[in-house]
Design a protein around this ligand. Structure first.
Ligand code: ADP
Ligand code: MG
Ligand code: ZN
Length: 517
């Protein structure tokens, strides 16, 4: 492997809108998905994340002489289900191949992969691209899938400086390698070149990865955490002059591992390619590194389509030949497509598009479903999960489901509000107690003495005191300025130390003043 000698300084770009006047962007995405099988692709080693380095290894995944691999049947089933969910054809017979190259985190010196015989091929996925900030509308884009093939993950190298800090490979004093990840099953899903999205191409790329992740989560085949590298994305980009039908030279930006980065990296490459083509030069076919902090890419290694990995069929593994009955059986296990499911639930819950978007962004569909099943109204479930709790989860950098609050808690909170025991601000305090681990909503309300005063006589006494203390406001209300009642409600609530029903306080004020509300 030759390292590129091209400069790493920031290259020229042209403004995005200008680039789009002259060129049509073409993108192609390669997405690697780490399967959540209990064991590795070709051995029985565990796959759990975060174990002590090199404790989940054996002669097979360390590539020791004489060790023989065996295909993980659960991984093949996941691959077939993914292929079917992507509307692919499933191969009747296919083999693994050895992809030969040296890399220190790949102990066998070849990767067991599939080459010209993928398990799944020729599919498509319809992707919903949301409306954007510029006010351009939502639309559906069909992404053609070229293939989905099985392979294995590599280990993980960490490069370290003499002072013990980790660094990039250049400038490191030594490197350590952890083979726990070596041999974890991967599915690589490759799109055909995507054309015709125009200025929306970066958004389409992002929406595709988002839709693919949703689908994979619905299939329950991966943990799906992009930040942990369960889903890794390489983004290919090229430009064609408007009106041309010949694909331009592509670059492949590696490891763009968040949805936002996919969109940004594609957008950046479009502006960089345009500057090269505007100058009458040629795009250099290479891999690129994405820099999250600066939002640019830099040259990686040259990469021609004819890179020769000396692929040959893996002699130690039998071919994979799923019977048509097996494929049919697996097809019957496919989940409802996520976009359809979202539409169905939105209609059933009566949420607006905006409300549903917040729910989806909060990752709260499942918990809301469970909360409604536990007896809450959809509106209350949404309000708590995609409001208060989503804000808190966001601030703590955790998932909304990791706050220690259960759907049953929220349903109970809603029933306390519904029964008139808590008002909204008291419910918030109760929720705070539940998050703090003080118990169930009822326990927290009891312990903190939170309970609306139901007895009108205490409330009436407070109303009388407040009316007496504010003759000027009373005058204004009597003179027709009914909205001035708000200031008085606030004072009544204060007198009641928040333990009253504001709506009832309003009724009593108006009734006492004999004014119509
Ligand atoms: P590689 O060996 O380079 O990883 P793959 O076939 O795995 O090749 O993936 C190549 C990806 O690049 C595919 O998604 C394909 O659609 C895309 N692609 C191919 N040609 C172009 C092009 N000219 N512009 C943009 N994307 C392209
Ligand atoms: Mg590839
Ligand atoms: Zn092993």
């Amino acid at each position: 492997m030759t390292l590129s000698t091209r400069p790493v300084h920031q290259e020229d770009t042209v403004p995005y809108e200008q680039a789009l006047e002259r060129y049509e962007p073409v993108t192609g995405l390669e997405v690697h998905v780490e399967l959540s099988t209990a064991t590795k692709m070709f051995c029985g080693c565990a796959t759990g994340f975060g174990a002590e380095p090199n404790t989940q290894t054996c002669p097979v995944c360390l590539g020791l002489p004489g060790a023989l691999p065996v295909v993980n049947a659960a991984a093949v089933e996941s691959a077939i289900r993914i292929g079917l969910a992507l509307n692919c054809s499933i191969a009747e017979w296919c083999r693994f191949a050895r992809k030969n190259y040296f890399y220190p985190d790949m102990p066998k010196n070849f990767q067991t992969s599939q080459y010209d015989e993928p398990i799944a091929f020729d599919g498509w996925l319809d992707v919903e691209v949301p409306a954007n900030e510029k006010g351009e509308p939502a639309f559906t884009f069909r992404v053609e899938i070229e293939r989905a093939h099985m392979e294995e993950d590599t280990g993980k190298s960490t490069h370290i400086q003499a002072d013990g800090r980790s660094s990039r490979i250049h400038g490191a004093d030594y490197s350590v390698v952890d083979y726990n990840r070596a041999g974890i099953p991967l599915i690589e899903i490759v799109t055909k070149p995507m054309l015709g999205a125009g200025d929306r191409a970066p958004e389409v790329a992002r929406a595709y990865v988002a839709a693919l992740r949703d689908l994979l989560l619905a299939l329950d085949v991966t943990h799906g955490r992009m930040e942990q590298g369960n889903i890794r994305c390489d983004a290919n980009v090229s430009l064609m002059p408007v009106g041309s039908e010949v694909l331009g030279t592509r670059t492949e930006t590696k490891n763009v591992n968040s949805l936002r980065s996919v969109e940004r990296a594609v957008r950046y490459e479009i502006t960089r390619h345009a500057a090269i083509l505007d100058a009458g030069e040629e795009v250099f076919q290479e891999t690129r590194h994405w820099h999250e902090d600066t939002g640019i890419t830099t040259a990686g290694r040259p990469k021609s389509d004819a890179d020769d990995y000396r692929y040959f069929p893996e002699p130690d593994l039998v071919p994979v030949a799923p019977s048509r009955e097996d494929v049919e059986r697996l097809g019957a296990t496919l989940p409802e497509p996520p976009a359809e499911r979202r539409r169905r639930l939105q209609a059933a819950w009566g949420f607006s598009d905006l409300e549903m978007r917040d729910v989806v962004n909060a990752g709260a569909i499942e918990v809301i479903q469970d909360t409604v099943a536990a007896g809450s109204t959809p509106a209350a479930a949404r309000k708590w999960w995609s409001g208060e709790l989503a804000r808190r989860a966001n601030a703590d950098g955790v998932a909304v489901t990791d706050l220690g609050v259960t759907p049953a808690d929220i349903a109970e909170l809603d029933s306390l509000v519904g029964a008139g025991r808590l008002n909204d601000s008291m419910a918030r305090q109760v929720l705070e107690g539940v998050v703090a681990g003080e118990g169930t909503p009822t326990e927290v309300a009891d312990a903190r003495g939170l309970e609306l005063v139901q007895d009108d006589s205490a409330l009436q006494a407070a109303v009388d005191t407040v009316l007496e203390a504010n003759p000027d406001v009373v005058e204004r209300i009597r003179g027709g300025k009914v909205q001035a009642v708000g200031a008085l409600i606030g004072q009544v609530m204060k007198q009641m130390r928040g333990q009253a029903d504001a709506a009832r306080a309003r009724e009593l004020i108006l009734a006492t003043l004999e004014v119509e509300g």
